[in-house]
Design a protein around this ligand. Structure first.
Ligand code: FES
Ligand SMILES: [Fe+2]
Length: 433
């Protein structure tokens, strides 16, 4: 449970809030590269942490991210002309480059100071992993680097990137991922459906059966340089072995999917607040060992795992406005929820907690330990920065973001760090090679 003040700290990310300032110390995804497909193409409205911005790709292919409000008399730069290395306000023709410098003020007489002093607010951007990232923090000369997550280091044929809109606060979406115990319920077939036929221990059916049988996994959490790794262990069919699902949390809002076995495709995501009542979930699937299959890519378009089926506006097709197309017949006969798609089931239940989950009224249990850890880490980081001026260290440890999540069956006398070493060759799941 949190106090009302703590819940506000955790969930509010506008500029000058403690969490808002903390988030601004980290590079944030602000658009997919595909949304700005060509130089001098149409500008894009972007809202990040309550700030209304416009993104555009200039003549040289650089991405600008600037305030939507023209400094002359406040017209909306979204309607501007994207031409010759700058965005020109169409009210009186003031033009700014990607760095916010006024390069043409056609209605200002020569010699007037405006030519030297007028600027528009912009943020530095970088493209990494088919995503445009922005740094919205204080203009430090030594800005941190974009976190070097593994998907971004892959050639494009080995990774798939998309985004989907969530109509709720970012923190409860993060908590949904950290709580891997809900898999024993929310994502299960209806209770009378058999999942036991297949005896092959590597079969996803076996994993599903183990998860269904054991709704109280034992959790272990280990800190690392940029967050922590959570292991949830469940009984298998064998005495003396456990089925581990291990997920990575990386500051401030990166998560992963815990089910990948060696050779399979990995999943991760980043949550970026649009405002306190909605966020973007940037999802990525990557396979370090092979190109993604055509069939896999087709599955992603239809929705798979953490990836929902989306419309052209990146809104999930099954969403709040249509009750996620819940089918009560299917809920009786086939699946626990009657909602199609793992991602949609997550989205439904997270959004059902309210636009901002009320954490002053909860009854937490042992399987919520990773959620408690997440809240404490974030609130402590935001408070340290806002009250004592302590800068977070994680943004400077960009290479420590190259982590892997996944599943593994291990002897039950193994501790989490040993299981991680067996599965990943590193005691926290970091790719070091
Ligand atoms: S309001 Fe933009 S140039 Fe006048
Ligand atoms: Fe889930």
């Amino acid at each position: 449970m949190l106090t009302a003040e703590e819940n506000d700290i955790l969930t509010q990310t506008d500029a000058e809030t403690p969490m808002g300032e903390y988030f601004r110390r980290f590079w944030q995804p602000v658009a997919l590269s595909e949304e700005l497909p060509e130089p001098d193409g149409a500008p894009l409205r972007v809202t990040v942490m309550g700030e209304n911005l416009v993104a555009f790709r200039d003549t040289e292919g650089r991405v600008g991210l600037m305030d939507r409000v023209c400094p002359h008399r406040g017209a909306d730069m979204f309607f501007g002309r994207n031409e010759e290395c700058g965005l020109r306000c169409v009210y009186h023709g003031w033009k700014f480059d990607v760095d916010g410098k006024a390069v043409d003020l056609p209605n200002v007489p020569p010699g007037v100071r405006h030519h030297e002093t007028v600027r528009i607010k912009t943020y530095p951007t970088k493209e990494f992993g088919q995503i445009v990232w922005a740094y919205m923090g204080p203009k430090a000369e030594n800005m941190p680097e974009v976190p070097q997550m593994e998907f971004g280091l892959m050639p494009e044929r080995k990774c798939y990137v998309m985004k989907q809109m969530l109509e709720c606060n970012w923190a409860q979406a993060m908590e949904g991922d950290l709580d891997t115990s809900h898999f024993s319920f929310l994502h299960m077939p209806a209770p009378h459906i058999q999942t036991t036929e297949n005896r092959d221990a590597n079969s996803p059916n076996r994993h599903l059966e183990w998860m269904r049988r054991d709704g109280r996994p034992k959790f272990d959490i280990l800190d690392h340089d940029v967050g922590f790794v959570v292991g949830g262990a469940r009984a298998t069919d064998e005495e003396g072995e456990l089925y581990w699902r291990m997920t990575q949390f990386m500051l401030p809002s990166h998560g992963t999917g815990p089910a990948t076995v060696p050779g399979e495709t990995y999943y991760g995501f980043t949550l970026v607040p649009i405002d306190d009542h909605s966020c973007w979930m940037y999802c990525y699937a990557w396979n370090p060992e092979r190109d993604l299959h055509e069939a896999e890519l087709e599955k992603f378009v239809e929705g798979h795992g953490i990836i929902a089926k989306i419309g052209p506006d990146y809104m999930p097709v099954r969403n709040r406005s249509n009750d996620y197309q819940i089918d009560r017949g299917t809920q009786k006969s086939t699946t626990y929820t009657g909602v199609q798609g793992t991602a949609e089931q997550d989205i439904m239940i997270q959004q059902s907690q309210g636009l901002i989950a009320d954490r002053t009224r909860e009854a937490l249990t042992a399987t919520d330990s990773a959620i408690v850890k997440f809240r404490r880490s974030l609130i402590a980081g935001a408070r340290a920065l806002s009250q004592e001026g302590v800068e977070p260290e994680a943004p400077r440890k960009h290479t420590a973001y190259r982590t892997r999540p996944g599943a593994w069956v291990a002897s039950s006398d193994k501790e989490l760090d040993e299981v991680l070493t067996e599965r990943f060759g590193h005691e926290r799941g970091l790719v070091t090679g």
